[in-house]
Design a protein around this ligand. Structure first.
Ligand code: EPU
Length: 346
């Protein structure tokens, strides 16, 4: 199995901060996975394309970067089954599917990252989530050294969450994802911005629109380093929502199936006056306040300090605690945002 020592991660994280790992492994087969050392009592982190990860310190723990490849398609009577290696790039998968007239993922175009990372946080955008089409996930369990197959239900998908972040955290590695795409297709135009398209639009037209919406609001990490939405949208109970809505009648809100209400963290941050705010070479993006950007810092702690400031302001103004969707990695492994302390003058 390919591995490297003293490997610079500067180009392996979309925030472009400087960090080095003592060892990185690139498994691309089950045989490779079986060669990994026993990491159960040490710190390690499974890295995709580094587009939802912040290296907080100059050193990281051992890194495993799955490199499973391949896309296979089975043409069934009324649907397609698509199996994809965890190391494939997400947006390339969306484009490959559409080129073969396999429709469904068009609303998820241009999301950075790898296919193996998609189930972990159940990526979602423009009214569609990964879990809408995923039928199963293949996962290599460290303890038994075997592949387990998890059905969609087994994965316990919810908003930006799954079993891979919970009970199965660091107990194994996703190797392959399987989707089912019905041939009978209808454009999903429910999300604001897409509803200006005709219901008769093709999947290519939907994808083009999604790409243009994303490019307008979200900075390209290759030009301005960032990790997309830094915080998750908070989900609150009806009582909290009603109180806030009375004070802020224009506040956007999204009722959930369970009676709770999702609020827009970007709106909350903007209404603290933080849109476009910057300090120490990092800032809150000027077009989408949910995105923190790195103008010229090489240091993950500058981003943590800014994120703490944003979190505190939102808490002070709205009494709502927003929490990061970005994963915080220190030399001692992944840490809760609340447990990170930063010395910082403002
Ligand atoms: N809004 C503001 N100010 C801002 C940003 C947003 O007022 O600075 C308002 C918007 O006007 C809108 C609402 O907040 O009324 C929601 O904004 P938007 O549609 O831009 O989406 P979002 O909730 O901020 C989520 C996802 C994005 C995804 C978009 C589109 C999360 C954490 N983020 O953002 O995902 O692309 O919806 O579906 O759920 C990502 O996870 O990295 C990501 C980019």
């Amino acid at each position: 199995m390919e591995s490297r020592h003293q490997f610079s991660l500067d180009k392996s994280n979309s925030f472009s901060v400087k960090s080095v790992c003592s060892t990185i492994y690139f498994p691309k087969s089950v045989a490779d996975l079986k060669q990994l050392p026993d990491l159960s009592s040490s710190h390690f982190y499974i890295l995709g394309e580094g587009s939802n990860t912040l290296f907080v310190e100059r050193k990281t723990p051992t890194i495993i970067k799955p490199n499973f490849r391949g896309i296979t398609v089975s043409d069934m009577a009324s649907y397609y089954v698509v199996r994809v290696g965890a190391g494939e790039n997400w947006h390339e998968l969306v484009c490959t599917c559409l080129a073969k007239n396999i429709r469904g993922l068009e609303n998820l175009a241009l999301i950075p990252g790898s296919v193996g990372a998609a189930p972990v946080q159940n990526i979602g955008a423009y009214g569609v989530e990964f879990s809408d089409f995923c039928t199963q996930v293949k996962w290599f369990e460290f303890s038994s050294q075997t592949i387990k197959v998890l059905t969609n239900d087994d994965c316990r998908f919810s908003y930006r969450n799954s079993i891979f972040k919970q009970n199965l955290y660091n107990k194994g590695i996703i190797t392959e994802v399987e989707f089912s795409f019905p041939k009978a297709w209808r454009a999903n135009l429910s999300y604001a911005g897409l509803n200006e398209l005709e219901q008769s639009s093709t999947a290519e037209q939907v994808m083009k629109k999604v790409i243009s919406l994303r490019q307008k609001k979200l900075p390209d990490p290759n030009k301005l380093p960032n990790a997309g939405s830094f915080f998750k949208n908070p989900i609150v109970n009806e009582q909290t929502y009603t109180k806030l809505k009375t004070l802020h009648p224009n506040m956007p809100f999204y009722p959930q199936n369970n009676g709770q209400i999702k609020l827009a963290a970007g709106w909350l941050i903007e209404h603290c006056g933080l849109k476009g705010y910057s300090e120490n070479g990092v800032g809150v993006h000027e077009h989408q306040a949910l995105v923190l950007v790195n103008y010229e810092s090489d240091n993950g702690t500058d981003i943590v300090a800014l994120a703490k400031h944003v979190q505190q302001k939102v808490h002070k103004n709205f009494n709502i605690l927003i929490s990061p969707e970005v994963r915080m990695i220190t030399e001692q492994g992944e840490k809760n945002f609340a447990d990170l302390t930063v010395e910082h003058e403002r």
